[in-house]
Design a protein around this ligand. Structure first.
Ligand code: SAM
Length: 229
Protein backbone atom coordinates (compact mmCIF):
# COMPACT_ATOMS: atom_id res chain seq x y z
CA UNK A 1 0.00 0.00 0.00
CA UNK A 2 2.73 2.45 -0.95
CA UNK A 3 1.81 5.92 -2.18
CA UNK A 4 2.48 6.48 -5.86
CA UNK A 5 5.44 8.63 -4.78
CA UNK A 6 7.10 5.86 -2.75
CA UNK A 7 6.12 3.20 -5.30
CA UNK A 8 8.05 5.22 -7.89
CA UNK A 9 11.10 5.26 -5.61
CA UNK A 10 10.67 1.49 -5.12
CA UNK A 11 10.69 0.89 -8.90
CA UNK A 12 14.36 1.87 -8.92
CA UNK A 13 15.36 -0.78 -6.39
CA UNK A 14 16.76 -3.90 -8.01
CA UNK A 15 16.11 -7.50 -7.07
CA UNK A 16 18.51 -8.44 -4.25
CA UNK A 17 19.47 -4.89 -3.30
CA UNK A 18 20.24 -4.16 0.33
CA UNK A 19 18.91 -0.70 1.00
CA UNK A 20 19.44 2.02 3.56
CA UNK A 21 16.34 4.22 3.76
CA UNK A 22 17.47 7.44 5.41
CA UNK A 23 14.73 9.50 7.07
CA UNK A 24 12.49 6.46 6.93
CA UNK A 25 9.76 7.75 9.29
CA UNK A 26 7.07 5.01 9.13
CA UNK A 27 9.52 2.62 7.34
CA UNK A 28 6.84 1.80 4.72
CA UNK A 29 9.35 1.73 1.87
CA UNK A 30 11.71 -0.94 3.29
CA UNK A 31 8.74 -2.91 4.67
CA UNK A 32 7.05 -3.07 1.24
CA UNK A 33 10.31 -4.01 -0.50
CA UNK A 34 11.15 -6.83 1.92
CA UNK A 35 7.54 -8.08 1.98
CA UNK A 36 7.38 -8.29 -1.78
CA UNK A 37 10.62 -10.29 -1.88
CA UNK A 38 12.44 -7.66 -3.91
CA UNK A 39 15.12 -7.18 -1.25
CA UNK A 40 16.46 -9.46 1.50
CA UNK A 41 17.44 -6.79 4.02
CA UNK A 42 17.31 -3.10 4.82
CA UNK A 43 18.31 -0.43 7.28
CA UNK A 44 15.78 2.23 8.26
CA UNK A 45 17.51 5.33 9.66
CA UNK A 46 15.79 8.08 11.61
CA UNK A 47 17.23 10.98 13.53
CA UNK A 48 14.05 11.94 15.41
CA UNK A 49 12.91 9.67 18.30
CA UNK A 50 9.17 9.82 17.44
CA UNK A 51 9.47 8.55 13.87
CA UNK A 52 12.25 6.16 14.99
CA UNK A 53 9.85 4.45 17.42
CA UNK A 54 7.10 4.45 14.78
CA UNK A 55 9.45 2.70 12.35
CA UNK A 56 10.39 0.13 15.02
CA UNK A 57 6.71 -0.53 15.77
CA UNK A 58 5.77 -0.98 12.12
CA UNK A 59 8.71 -3.29 11.44
CA UNK A 60 7.76 -5.40 14.49
CA UNK A 61 4.06 -5.47 13.46
CA UNK A 62 5.04 -6.93 10.09
CA UNK A 63 7.39 -9.43 11.78
CA UNK A 64 10.39 -8.11 9.86
CA UNK A 65 12.78 -7.21 12.71
CA UNK A 66 15.31 -9.81 11.50
CA UNK A 67 15.44 -8.27 8.01
CA UNK A 68 15.05 -4.55 8.75
CA UNK A 69 17.38 -2.86 11.23
CA UNK A 70 15.90 0.37 12.54
CA UNK A 71 18.56 2.77 13.79
CA UNK A 72 18.40 6.14 15.52
CA UNK A 73 21.11 8.02 13.64
CA UNK A 74 21.83 11.24 11.80
CA UNK A 75 21.79 10.72 8.05
CA UNK A 76 24.18 8.18 6.56
CA UNK A 77 25.58 7.33 10.01
CA UNK A 78 22.77 4.74 10.13
CA UNK A 79 24.84 2.62 7.71
CA UNK A 80 27.41 0.09 8.99
CA UNK A 81 29.92 -1.70 6.75
CA UNK A 82 28.49 -5.11 7.73
CA UNK A 83 25.11 -4.08 6.23
CA UNK A 84 26.64 -4.36 2.72
CA UNK A 85 24.24 -1.71 1.46
CA UNK A 86 23.89 -1.53 -2.33
CA UNK A 87 21.36 1.31 -2.65
CA UNK A 88 20.51 4.33 -0.50
CA UNK A 89 17.06 5.92 -0.60
CA UNK A 90 16.35 9.41 0.73
CA UNK A 91 12.76 10.50 0.11
CA UNK A 92 10.19 13.04 1.16
CA UNK A 93 12.38 15.96 2.21
CA UNK A 94 13.79 19.12 0.70
CA UNK A 95 16.63 18.98 -1.79
CA UNK A 96 18.88 21.07 0.42
CA UNK A 97 18.45 18.61 3.30
CA UNK A 98 19.17 15.66 1.01
CA UNK A 99 22.26 17.52 -0.24
CA UNK A 100 23.41 18.18 3.32
CA UNK A 101 22.84 14.56 4.42
CA UNK A 102 24.93 13.27 1.49
CA UNK A 103 27.66 15.85 2.02
CA UNK A 104 27.92 15.24 5.76
CA UNK A 105 28.21 11.47 5.56
CA UNK A 106 29.36 10.18 2.19
CA UNK A 107 33.08 10.07 2.94
CA UNK A 108 32.72 8.21 6.19
CA UNK A 109 29.71 6.00 5.53
CA UNK A 110 29.53 5.17 1.81
CA UNK A 111 31.87 2.77 0.04
CA UNK A 112 31.33 4.70 -3.19
CA UNK A 113 29.57 1.86 -5.02
CA UNK A 114 26.04 2.39 -3.72
CA UNK A 115 23.33 3.60 -6.09
CA UNK A 116 21.31 6.56 -4.83
CA UNK A 117 17.54 6.92 -5.25
CA UNK A 118 16.58 10.41 -4.17
CA UNK A 119 13.14 12.01 -3.99
CA UNK A 120 13.39 15.70 -3.11
CA UNK A 121 10.07 17.51 -2.55
CA UNK A 122 11.62 20.83 -3.63
CA UNK A 123 15.10 22.06 -4.57
CA UNK A 124 15.94 19.24 -6.99
CA UNK A 125 18.77 21.35 -8.43
CA UNK A 126 20.61 21.14 -5.07
CA UNK A 127 20.54 17.35 -5.25
CA UNK A 128 21.78 17.28 -8.84
CA UNK A 129 24.55 19.76 -7.94
CA UNK A 130 25.78 17.32 -5.30
CA UNK A 131 25.66 14.40 -7.73
CA UNK A 132 27.63 16.39 -10.32
CA UNK A 133 30.22 17.56 -7.78
CA UNK A 134 30.81 13.96 -6.70
CA UNK A 135 30.68 12.46 -10.19
CA UNK A 136 27.54 10.41 -9.87
CA UNK A 137 25.74 9.91 -13.18
CA UNK A 138 21.97 10.32 -13.16
CA UNK A 139 20.61 7.07 -14.59
CA UNK A 140 16.86 7.78 -14.52
CA UNK A 141 14.39 10.47 -13.50
CA UNK A 142 10.64 10.47 -12.91
CA UNK A 143 8.10 13.21 -12.39
CA UNK A 144 4.66 12.49 -10.99
CA UNK A 145 1.66 14.21 -9.48
CA UNK A 146 -0.14 12.88 -6.44
CA UNK A 147 -2.65 14.71 -4.20
CA UNK A 148 -1.93 18.04 -5.90
CA UNK A 149 1.81 17.74 -5.31
CA UNK A 150 4.42 17.24 -7.99
CA UNK A 151 7.35 15.02 -7.09
CA UNK A 152 10.60 14.10 -8.79
CA UNK A 153 12.61 10.93 -8.31
CA UNK A 154 16.28 10.91 -9.26
CA UNK A 155 18.29 7.68 -9.54
CA UNK A 156 22.08 7.93 -9.72
CA UNK A 157 25.14 5.73 -9.73
CA UNK A 158 28.86 6.40 -9.31
CA UNK A 159 30.40 6.96 -12.72
CA UNK A 160 33.85 6.07 -14.03
CA UNK A 161 33.35 8.32 -17.07
CA UNK A 162 33.34 12.09 -16.45
CA UNK A 163 29.88 13.51 -15.75
CA UNK A 164 28.80 16.90 -17.17
CA UNK A 165 25.55 18.70 -16.46
CA UNK A 166 24.80 22.26 -17.48
CA UNK A 167 22.60 24.67 -15.57
CA UNK A 168 19.41 23.60 -17.39
CA UNK A 169 20.20 19.95 -16.62
CA UNK A 170 20.55 20.81 -12.93
CA UNK A 171 17.20 22.64 -12.80
CA UNK A 172 15.01 20.63 -15.13
CA UNK A 173 16.77 17.28 -14.98
CA UNK A 174 18.88 15.84 -17.83
CA UNK A 175 16.25 13.15 -18.52
CA UNK A 176 13.10 15.09 -17.67
CA UNK A 177 14.01 17.99 -19.97
CA UNK A 178 14.17 15.58 -22.89
CA UNK A 179 10.39 15.21 -22.57
CA UNK A 180 9.31 18.85 -22.22
CA UNK A 181 5.75 18.14 -23.43
CA UNK A 182 5.06 15.91 -20.42
CA UNK A 183 1.99 17.49 -18.81
CA UNK A 184 3.28 17.17 -15.24
CA UNK A 185 6.61 18.73 -16.24
CA UNK A 186 4.71 21.59 -17.88
CA UNK A 187 2.43 22.06 -14.85
CA UNK A 188 5.41 22.22 -12.52
CA UNK A 189 7.37 24.78 -14.51
CA UNK A 190 4.35 26.91 -15.45
CA UNK A 191 3.59 27.24 -11.74
CA UNK A 192 7.23 27.96 -10.94
CA UNK A 193 7.42 30.56 -13.70
CA UNK A 194 4.45 32.42 -12.26
CA UNK A 195 6.01 32.37 -8.79
CA UNK A 196 9.38 33.60 -10.06
CA UNK A 197 7.72 36.37 -12.08
CA UNK A 198 5.81 37.46 -8.97
CA UNK A 199 9.01 37.57 -6.90
CA UNK A 200 10.77 39.49 -9.64
CA UNK A 201 7.96 42.08 -9.84
CA UNK A 202 8.09 42.56 -6.06
CA UNK A 203 11.87 43.02 -6.14
CA UNK A 204 11.63 45.48 -9.01
CA UNK A 205 8.91 47.47 -7.22
CA UNK A 206 10.98 47.72 -4.05
CA UNK A 207 14.26 48.65 -5.75
CA UNK A 208 15.00 51.44 -8.19
CA UNK A 209 18.30 49.82 -9.14
CA UNK A 210 18.38 46.15 -10.16
CA UNK A 211 20.02 44.04 -7.48
CA UNK A 212 22.02 40.83 -7.77
CA UNK A 213 19.02 39.00 -6.33
CA UNK A 214 16.71 40.43 -9.00
CA UNK A 215 19.22 39.46 -11.68
CA UNK A 216 19.22 35.90 -10.35
CA UNK A 217 15.42 35.69 -10.55
CA UNK A 218 15.50 37.30 -13.99
CA UNK A 219 17.93 34.63 -15.15
CA UNK A 220 15.75 31.85 -13.75
CA UNK A 221 12.63 33.33 -15.40
CA UNK A 222 14.41 33.44 -18.77
CA UNK A 223 15.56 29.84 -18.36
CA UNK A 224 12.06 28.60 -17.43
CA UNK A 225 10.50 30.51 -20.35
CA UNK A 226 12.63 28.35 -22.62
CA UNK A 227 10.84 25.15 -21.51
CA UNK A 228 7.32 26.38 -20.78
CA UNK A 229 4.86 26.09 -23.67
N1 SAM B 1 11.10 8.86 3.72
C1 SAM B 1 9.71 8.89 4.14
C2 SAM B 1 8.80 9.17 3.00
O1 SAM B 1 9.30 9.56 1.94
O2 SAM B 1 7.58 8.98 3.12
C3 SAM B 1 9.51 9.92 5.24
C4 SAM B 1 9.63 11.35 4.85
S1 SAM B 1 9.51 12.42 6.25
C5 SAM B 1 8.64 13.78 5.64
C6 SAM B 1 11.18 12.97 6.48
C7 SAM B 1 11.86 12.23 7.61
O3 SAM B 1 13.25 12.50 7.57
C8 SAM B 1 11.36 12.67 8.97
O4 SAM B 1 10.87 11.55 9.66
C9 SAM B 1 12.62 13.25 9.65
O5 SAM B 1 12.68 12.96 11.02
C10 SAM B 1 13.73 12.54 8.90
N2 SAM B 1 15.03 13.20 8.88
C11 SAM B 1 15.27 14.53 8.70
N3 SAM B 1 16.60 14.76 8.76
C12 SAM B 1 17.21 13.58 8.99
C13 SAM B 1 18.57 13.17 9.15
N4 SAM B 1 19.55 14.05 9.12
N5 SAM B 1 18.81 11.86 9.36
C14 SAM B 1 17.80 10.97 9.42
N6 SAM B 1 16.51 11.29 9.26
C15 SAM B 1 16.21 12.57 9.04
Amino acid sequence: HLSQRLATVAQHIQQGDRIADIGSDHAYLPIALVQSGRIPAAVAGEVVPGPFHLAEEHVAQYGLAAQIKVRLADGLAAIKPADRITAVTIAGMGGTLIHDILEAGYQQHLRGTERLILQPNVGENRVREWLLAHQYAITAEEILEEDQHIYEVIAAAPSAAPVHYDEADLYFGPFLRQHPHNSVFQAKWQDRLQREQRVLRELQKAQEVPTAKAAQHQHLVAMIEEVVE
